[in-house]
Write a protein that binds this ligand. Structure first.
Ligand code: WT7
Length: 632
């Protein structure tokens, strides 16, 4: 493959080139794709508005590059291998030819139901092949997909549908996750009570759960698919036309709709997929992320398909029917490259080696991690017991906003160091800055991680509110993209991400805004105010600690806590359930009414003695009360 780096010297040369002449560097990468019209300028940018454009006036459709382009040589090769939640159900495969036909058919279904270029379509589905088909069908017709993770509940779903004024929702009757069966359609029904932009809901039958179909609005996937053929020309998209919106949590209660565009995202996800994982034709590649997260977008669907890979999609969870499921699936489908989250590794490690021993795992060649820092112990366990000390581990650092992997080893090429994401990929120029924005040069230093030059998959805007994009990422430090992460650069120039420096927490690899969780808690009728902070958690990385003020004293505190957990699950989703709830009379506030989270964080971490300066508090006595009642 023309864009493939094969040695560390070549990496260094490529990196050098990418920094000296980024335009020429990326133009050469983009040349490998099928464009309907070539771009006339590679890059225009400033980080002050911000305004970044790649491959200006280039015309393309990303699905032609994911599908049509491969039909001649790889039509009969497997594009998707789908492994169901229940191991007794038969797995499914789709060749490139079959996937192409399914995508075209469903694209025609969307068109039949009034969808057109630029419309926003919300996808709220379980991990079945139809989810990937729905995503690609949107891209085929130029509709902007907004996938919402199936673990989010009705309020989170409603907020996301509402923010993008989606006109159509694609969902399923339900979804299987382990022993559970989640009634997705009824959650959609509840969300849509708040969203009048939605004209049509297309429902896939998956669990046979009873659903109520609203006349004139709700349609069955299997009925609609009968009405169309598999001929659907790809919409002509400008490089900078929006491809998708994906919501991510921020410091305020309202999630941000991160917008990615077509051309740059295509070039970047394909280039990084091929190089980071060192994908060889014929390899079976498995990314365990849900398509509801950016990892699923970039490295389960787009990146692999752009490279003509075989991508495995798994409907279930790592512990069903038992904690050996991942290893079982690896042997069953002879997986060569396996990409998962540190939290999954830690939880499987905790279950013991008896779940690993029955499996050979000898097809594995490359292992990857993503989503949060991996601690050295989990890295070693993964390396020894899963990789049998033969598979390089790529610890890939990136974000929803970056669209693709930014700092990572290239498998087998970059020397790894446990818990380090190692070195920037070609085209990525990281800098560390202090609180004032002064660049910290040299090695063996620590600071806030920023990027000083655009890469093709950089966030273009936050949907409907460009100012917010500026404020969130480009306003803190002049002419820099600020990641929100703290980072160390060691004596070898290797990067190690130390974690978030803002009011979001990474819980089991999921980014959750503390304000969003507080809003959900406050939906409980007896709660007047709450404050949420993170605390270090052995398996999840970070756990959720909630301080809550009830309206009146309730003697049944255990019951109240249970209700709070149920409220959060109902409004936001089970992923946001607090691990610890402390009932308090007041919160530490400044005279201007701002909660001093720094103090709460220290208490949640069990660091009672060194709370720092509390003299600016309105009522310092509340701190004593909170300290006394703190939950270990
Ligand atoms: C945040 C972004 C990356 C796609 C999925 C998550 C943390 C991500 C690593 C890593 C240490 C990591 C950062 C980042 N993070 N990868 N390899 N090592 N931390 O995307 O939900 O937008 O979260 O995840 O804190 O800012 P996301």
């Amino acid at each position: 493959m023309p864009n493939r780096i094969t040695s560390f010297d070549e990496y260094k040369r490529e990196y050098q080139r990418s920094v000296e002449n980024p335009e020429a560097f990326w133009a050469a990468k983009a040349d490998a794709f099928q464009w309907k019209q070539k771009w006339d300028k590679v890059l225009e940018w400033n980080f002050t508005e911000p305004d970044v454009k790649w491959f200006l006036n280039g015309k393309l459709n990303i699905t032609e590059n994911c599908l049509d382009r491969h039909l001649k040589d790889k039509g009969d090769q497997q594009a998707i291998i789908w492994e169901p939640n229940n191991p007794d159900e038969k797995f499914r495969t789709l060749t490139y030819k079959e996937l192409h036909a399914e995508v075209c058919r469903f694209a025609n279904v969307l068109k039949n139901n009034g969808a057109k270029k630029g419309d926003r379509i919300c996808i709220y589905m379980p991990m079945v092949p139809e989810l990937a088909i729905a995503v690609l069908a949107c891209a085929r017709i130029g509709a902007i997909h907004s996938v919402v993770f199936g673990g989010f509940s009705f309020q989170s779903l409603a907020d996301r549908i509402h923010d993008a004024s989606c006109s159509l929702v694609i969902t399923a009757d339900g979804g299987f996750r382990g022993a559970k069966d989640i009634a997705l359609k009824s959650i959609v029904d509840e969300a849509l009570l708040q969203c009048d932009s939605v004209k049509k809901v297309i429902v896939l039958k998956r669990t046979n759960t009873a659903v109520i179909m609203k006349p004139d609005r709700d349609l069955w996937w299997h009925d609609e698919i009968q009405k169309v053929n598999d001929d659907c020309a790809a919409e002509v998209m400008d490089s900078e036309d929006e491809l998708f919106i994906l919501y991510t949590s921020g410091s305020t209660g309202k999630p941000k709709g991160v917008v990615h565009s077509s051309g740059g995202y295509m070039v970047y996800t394909a280039y990084t997929f091929e190089n980071v994982f060192q994908y060889n034709q014929g390899d079976v590649y498995w990314c365990t992320a849900d398509i509801g997260w950016v990892t699923g977008h970039s490295y389960l669907v787009y990146g692999p398909l752009l490279c003509g890979a075989t991508t495995l999609m798994f409907e279930g969870i790592p512990t069903f029917p038992d904690a050996g499921r991942f290893w079982n699936v690896i042997d069953k489908h002879k997986v060569n490259i396996f990409y998962t989250a540190p939290t999954a590794i830690r939880s499987l490690e905790a279950m013991g080696l008896d779940f690993v021993k029955p499996y050979k795992l000898n097809s594995l060649r490359v292992l990857g991690t993503v989503g949060e820092p991996i601690n050295e112990e989990a890295w070693q366990w993964y390396h020894k017991n899963i990789g049998k000390e033969k598979c390089p581990i790529v610890d890939t650092w990136w974000q929803t906003e970056t669209g693709g992997i930014m700092i990572s080893p290239l498998a087998g090429i970059t020397k790894t160091k446990p818990s380090f994401a190692t070195l920037p990929l070609p085209g990525i120029q990281p800098v560390l800055v202090d609180e004032k924005g002064n660049e910290i040069v040299g090695n063996n230093v620590e600071g806030r991680l920023c990027i000083k030059f655009p890469w093709p998959a950089i966030i273009r805007t936050t949907y409907g509110n460009h100012q917010r994009c500026f404020e969130n990422y480009f306003s803190q430090f002049k002419n820099l993209y600020f990641t929100g992460d703290g980072c160390r650069r060691d004596e070898d120039g290797y990067y190690r991400i130390t974690g978030r420096v803002d009011d979001v927490i990474k819980v089991s690899g999921h980014l959750l805004g503390t304000a969003e969780i507080e809003n959900a808690i406050n939906e409980h009728p007896d709660i007047v105010e709450s404050a949420v902070v993170g605390f270090p958690h052995d398996i999840k990385g970070w756990g959720i600690y909630a301080f809550v003020i009830p309206e009146h004293q309730r003697s049944d505190t255990d019951q109240l806590k249970k209700e709070i957990i149920e409220t959060v699950s109902k409004y936001m989703g089970a992923i946001a359930k607090p691990d610890k709830i402390q009932i308090v009379k007041g919160l530490p506030k400044t005279r201007s009414g701002k909660i001093m989270r720094r103090i709460l964080r220290k208490i949640a971490e069990g660091e009672m003695s060194n709370l720092g300066d509390t003299s600016t508090l309105l009522d310092p006595s509340v701190v004593e009360e909170i300290k006394t009642g703190a939950i270990k």
